[in-house]
Design a protein around this ligand. Sequence first.
Ligand code: ADP
Length: 310
Amino acid sequence: MILAVTMNPSVDISYHVESFKLDDINRVEDLRKTAGGKGLNVARVTAQMEEAVMATGVLGGTIGDYIVQELNKSNIPNDFLKIKKESRNCIAILHEGMQTEILESGPALSKEEGAAFLEKFEGLLANTSLVAVSGSLPKGLAANYYQQMLKISHKMGVRMILDSSGESLSQALLCEKKPFAIKPNTAELSQLLGMKVDAEIANLKQTLNHPLFHGIEWIIVSMGGEGAFVRHGDDDYKVTIPKIEVVNPVGSGDATVAGFAVALNRNQSVETILKTAMTTGMLNTMEAGTGYIDVNKMNEYFDFIKVEKV
Ligand code: ADP
C-alpha cells in the first residue's frame, strides 16, 4: 500500500465572478469546492491507477469533516488524526481572466497533537510499502518534523518520497537519514540553495552534486512542459515529453509523484518509472480537475516520452 500524507489539507473553494469589485459586494456566479492539499492529489491519482492507497495527515472541525466526506465519496481510504482546531479554507477568485487567491495558513497544532500524529504515522507504516509526504508543515510543529518522520520511516524500512519546499524541505535534507526520493522543480531548487538554478543540464548536474543531496536515491527535477531531469544513484537522465494542450497545470507535480510512486511500488524499470511519472503529470494538465487523470489515455502518451542518459 502507498501512504499519502498531507499535514495541512484544505477545502479549496473557487468563486467565479464577472468582475471583482474591491470594497463592494461581489455575487458569485459559479463555485467549486474540493478537498485540497498536495498529498490528497497524490492519493487521488494513485487510486485512479488502481494501486492500494491510504490518505493520512491531520484535520479538524467541519472543514475536516468535509474533506473526509469528499475522500469517502471518491472511495479513497483515509485515516487522519483529528485535531482540535478547524482545518483551513483556501479561496481562489476567478475574475476577468485573473486569479486572486486568499489562503488561510491553517490551524496550529499542539505539541501533543504533533506527537500523536507521529504515533499514528508509525502505526500506518506497518502496512505501507512506500510513503509520499507532500506539502508544507502546519504551524505549531517543529521545523524538523519531517526529519522525525524520516527517522520513523527508516526505522520501519519504508521508502519515503518527500515533495516539499522551503524550510520543511531544507530541514529534512539536513537529516542524516535522507528521503528515498524528492521531486523539486527548478524554483524550489533555487530557493533551497539560495541561488538561481536553471534548466540547463550541465548546471543541474553540478547543482545536484551539492552535499544536501548525497544519499538520496532519486531526485526528479520536474520542469513543466520541458519534462524532467533525473538523478538516480550515479546515473543522470533527461526526460523529454511531447507538446500537449494544457487545460489546468495545478497539481501536475503531485500527479507526477503519484505515477512515480505507483511504478516504483510495482518494481518497474527505471525507464518505465520515469515514463509513468511524466505521463501522469501530463495527463493531469489535460483535465480541468486538480489531481485527476484520464487513465484511458495512459498508454497513448507513455509511448511519446523519451528517456535518455546524459
Ligand atoms: P510542479 O507542479 O511541482 O511545479 P511541474 O510543473 O514541473 O511540477 O510539472 C510536473 C510534470 O507535469 C512535468 O514534469 C510534466 O510531466 C507535466 N507537466 C507540467 N506542465 C506541463 C506542460 N505545460 N506541458 C506538458 N506537461 C506538463
